[in-house]
Design a protein. Structure first.
Length: 159
């Protein structure tokens, strides 16, 4: 059985976006495209309705490319537990209240028992300063926290 991966919106954005002039973003785009082309088949990918909603924002051509990349990836379900966990991640502090969607991405991955949450969002999802609080809150719900990582960290990796 393949390891499961929840693909957060930033990953598909980096994968399909116009090449950036910013060296860091351009590097992340190259890594993401490499992972998408060469590694993703080693995993069972999943997204959510939230990823689809966020991917619909922006210029029409960019939206089309993101939607094309996401079209065959199964959707994870949202439950009352998902919403309760997302609320706790905001209420108990690690995720700022003005970014409830970031808490929801984490909650979706955790309540659907994903092995990995793949993201380039270092501000509120893949943040070392918040990780222990996020893990503790998820554990308080009787769940296991997925490994929160970037495509770079899954390059060449297979179980």
């Amino acid at each position: 059985m393949k390891p499961t991966v929840y693909v957060e919106t930033s990953v598909v954005g980096y994968c399909t976006g116009r090449p950036s002039r910013d060296l860091i973003i351009a590097g992340r785009q190259a890594i993401t495209r490499d992972w998408w082309e060469n590694e993703r088949r080693k995993y069972s990918l999943h997204i959510s309705v939230l990823v689809l909603q966020e991917s619909h924002r922006g210029e029409p051509e960019a939206v089309r490319k993101r939607q094309e990349a996401l079209k065959s990836i199964p959707l994870l379900g949202m439950t009352d537990l998902t919403e309760e966990l997302a609320d706790a991640l905001v209420r108990k502090g690690p995720i700022p209240g003005q970014y409830p969607e970031d808490a929801l991405h984490i909650a979706l991955a955790a309540t659907n028992a994903m092995d990995y949450l793949l993201t380039w969002n270092f501000r509120h999802i893949n943040n070392a300063m918040m990780r222990s609080d996020v893990t503790r809150i998820i554990s308080d719900f009787g769940l296991e926290c997925p490994v929160i990582c970037t495509p770079e960290e899954l390059l060449g990796g297979s179980l």
